[in-house]
Design a protein around this ligand. Structure first.
Ligand code: AMP
Length: 541
C-alpha cells in the first residue's frame, strides 16, 4: 500500500524559492572581487537566479548540461548555482588551485559547455578555453566598467548579460534524482574523479547539516562560509543557509587573518567554517592585535585533522565552540560532526579537548562501519582501527563515467580510503589514509597520531610521517619536520618528547628536517610527493 502524501520532489530551486518567500530581506553580503563590500538579499539572489536560468535556456543549454564555475564565495557565485540548477543544469565547481592542465583535463572529462568566472581567473580561463572544445561561453562575473580586454570570443560581462532577461521563467521540471552539481576529487593518486550530486542528495544533505547536533544553525545565525564553494560545496552551506534563512557573509578571494576578522566583526558573524590553516592565520592575527571575537558562537573545522592547540585557543581564549568535522567530496561532503552527546556532556577542560580531537559521530543520513582488509566488521571500542566505510542518501554511488568502481561494494558501502576507530558512543576518529598507514610487521601504525604528537613539541611548526621500506619490518615510520622560525629542534629532542606517549614500536626510526612539506591543492600534506622525495632514504643501521 502506498502512502497518501503529496509528491513534492526534493529539488534545490525549492530552497531558494523558500528563502525568497520566507526570508526575502535577509542579506547576503560579499567582499566583491572588485574590492568593495556588496549587499543583496535572498529576494535578490532568487531574482537573479531566475534570470540566469532563463538566459541559459534561451541560449540553448539543456537539462543535464555541465556549466562550470571558477569563482570565490560571493553572492554572484551563489545565484549562478541556483540559476544553473533551476534550468536543470549541473553546476561544476573548479578548484583554481589545481594546475591549468589538470583543470583542462577535468573540464574535458566533464564536457563543460559554459563557464562562470571571477575577474581573478580571467588569465587562467584564457589559457583553458582553447583546450576545452566543448566550451561555448564565458560569463565574467563583473560589470561593464570592470570588464577586462580579452582575445576570447563569446565572452560577456555578467551584469550586462543579466539585463537581457526579465526573470519571468518557470524552473525546469526536473525530478529529484536529476544531477544538479559536480565536483572532482583532488586526485592525489591517479586522475581526479567526478562526483555528481543530485537535487535530492543536496536537499537531504542540507537538512542534515542544519540539525541541532550537526551544525545546529538557524535563521538568527549569520554564517560566513570561508570554506570555498569550489571545495566540496562549501560543506553544503550554500544550500543550508538559505534553507533556514540565515544571513550569509561571503569572503570573496581574501582569506587572510585580517580580512576574515573584519567580516566576523563588522557583520557580527555567529557561525563560520573552514580548514585548520585558515584558523591558524586568524588566531595569529588575533594574538598580534589583541582583538576578540564577541559575536562568534561556533566554528566548524574540518578537511584535515584539527590540531588540539586550535581547538583550545578558540574555546579557552575566545569562548567559541569548536565543531570538529570530517567529510569528503564524495559525501556532499559531511560525514561526522563532533558535537556532544549526553554521554560526553559533562566533560570539561582537557577531557573535553580529548573528545574534540575525534571527528565525532555521524548524523542521521550517514551510516558508518570499520572493517579489516577482508571486509570483516571491527568492534566499536575506540581502539581497533580499520577501513572506514559509509553509505547514505548523500554519499556517491559511483564516480562520473564509472571511474574508480573498486571504491564501491555491492551492498552500497563506499570505502572512504580513511582508516579510523569508533568508540562505544559512536565517536569516530581518523587515524590515517589507508594508503598512508604504516604497515610494520603486519600491524598498522597511524601516521596522523604520530604527526599530532610531534607538532605538540614547542619548536615544531609542521610534521609529516611516512612509511619507508624496511628489511625486517616491511615498513617503518620516518618523521619529517619543519621547525618553527628561529628554532632548531634536534632529532633526539623530538624523539625524547614523543617517547612514552605512544607504544614503543610506533616510535619513528628517524627524523628528517626540511624547509617545507609539500601540500595538495586542497591544503593536505602531499604524502606521495614526500615519499618520492625520500625514495632513496635509508634508515640508520
Ligand atoms: P576532500 O574530498 O578533498 O574534502 O578530502 C577528503 C579527505 O580529507 C578525507 O577522506 C580525509 O582523509 C580528509 N579529512 C577531512 N576532514 C578531516 C578531519 N577532520 N580529520 C582528518 N582528515 C580529514
Amino acid at each position: 500500500m502506498l502512502g497518501l502524501m503529496q509528491e513534492w520532489p526534493l529539488v534545490c530551486h525549492k530552497i531558494i524559492d523558500f528563502a525568497a518567500r520566507q526570508h526575502p530581506h535577509r542579506e547576503v553580503v560579499s567582499r566583491s572581487i572588485e574590492g568593495p563590500i556588496t549587499r543583496t538579499t535572498y529576494a535578490g539572489i532568487h531574482a537573479n537566479s531566475k534570470k540566469i536560468a532563463q538566459l541559459l535556456t534561451r541560449e540553448g543549454y539543456k537539462p543535464g548540461d555541465r556549466i562550470a564555475t571558477l569563482a570565490w564565495n560571493t553572492g554572484r557565485h551563489l545565484e549562478a548555482w541556483f540559476g544553473i540548477m533551476g534550468m536543470g543544469g549541473v553546476y561544476h565547481t573548479l578548484n583554481p588551485r589545481l594546475f591549468p592542465e589538470q583543470i583542462a583535463w577535468i573540464m574535458n572529462h566533464a564536457t563543460d559547455r559554459a563557464i562562470f568566472t571571477d575577474l581573478t581567473f580571467m588569465p587562467l580561463v584564457e589559457k583553458l578555453a582553447p583546450a576545452v572544445e566543448s566550451l561555448r561561453k564565458v560569463i565574467v562575473m563583473t560589470d561593464a566598467a570592470h570588464m577586462p580586454e580579452t582575445a576570447l570570443t563569446n565572452v560577456v560581462a555578467y551584469e550586462e548579460w543579466l539585463k537581457e532577461a526579465d526573470g519571468d521563467f518557470e524552473w525546469a521540471d526536473v525530478g529529484e534524482d536529476a544531477a544538479c552539481g559536480m565536483c572532482y576529487t583532488s586526485g592525489t593518486t591517479g586522475d581526479p574523479k567526478g562526483v555528481l550530486y543530485s537535487h535530492r542528495s543536496n536537499v537531504l544533505h542540507a537538512m542534515m547539516a542544519c540539525m541541532p547536533d550537526a551544525m545546529g544553525i538557524g535563521a538568527k545565525d549569520v554564517i560566513l562560509p570561508v570554506v570555498p564553494m569550489f571545495h566540496a560545496n562549501a560543506w553544503g552551506l550554500g544550500q543550508s543557509s538559505p534553507m533556514i534563512g540565515a544571513k550569509m557573509v561571503m569572503p570573496g578571494g581574501k582569506m587572510d587573518g585580517q580580512s576574515i576578522y573584519e567580516l566576523l566583526d563588522t557583520e557580527k558573524v555567529t557561525f563560520t567554517a573552514a580548514v585548520p590553516t585558515v584558523w591558524l592565520m586568524l588566531l595569529q592575527y588575533l594574538e598580534l592585535t589583541g582583538n576578540k571575537l564577541p559575536y562568534l558562537n561556533k566554528v566548524v573545522i574540518g578537511g584535515a585533522a584539527c590540531p588540539r592547540a586550535i581547538t583550545e585557543k578558540f574555546e579557552k581564549d575566545y569562548g567559541v565552540e569548536v565543531i570538529h568535522a570530517w567529510g569528503m567530496t564524495e559525501m556532499s561532503p559531511l560525514g561526522s560532526l563532533c558535537t556532544m552527546k549526553p554521554e560526553y556532556a559533562d566533560r570539561t577542560g582537557d577531557a573535553l579537548l580529548d573528545i574534540k580531537q575525534k571527528q565525532g559521530p555521524a548524523p542521521f543520513g550517514v551510516e558508518m562501519k570499520i572493517t579489516d582488509d577482508d571486509d570483516n566488521e571491527l568492534p566499536w571500542d575506540g581502539k581497533t582501527f580499520g577501513r572506514l566505510k559509509v553509505r547514505g542518501p548523500a554519499v556517491a554511488s559511483s564516480y562520473y563515467g564509472g571511474d574508480g568502481a573498486d571504491h564501491f561494494d555491492s551492498h552500497g558501502w563506499f570505502d572512504t580510503g580513511d582508516v579510523a576507530h569508533i568508540d562505544e558512543f559512536g565517536y569516530m576518529q581518523i587515524t590515517d589514509r589507508s594508503k598512508d598507514v604504516i604497515k610494520s610487521g603486519g600491524e598498522w601504525i597511524s601516521s596522523i597520531d604520530l604527526e599530532n604528537l610531534a607538532v605538540g613539541h614547542p619548536d615544531v611548526a609542521e610534521a609529516a610521517v611516512i612509511g619507508l621500506p624496511h628489511d625486517k619490518w616491511g615498513e617503518r615510520p620516518l618523521l619529517v619536520i619543519v621547525a618553527k622560525e628561529g628554532c632548531s629542534p634536534s632529532r633526539d629532542g623530538v624523539l625524547g618528547f614523543m617517547d612514552g606517549k605512544v607504544a614503543k614500536w610506533w616510535m619513528p626510526d628517524d627524523v628528517a628536517f626540511v624547509d617545507e612539506i609539500p601540500h595538495t591543492a586542497t591544503g593536505k600534506i602531499k604524502k606521495t610527493a614526500l615519499r618520492e622525495q625520500f625514495a632513496h632514504y635509508r634508515f640508520p643501521g
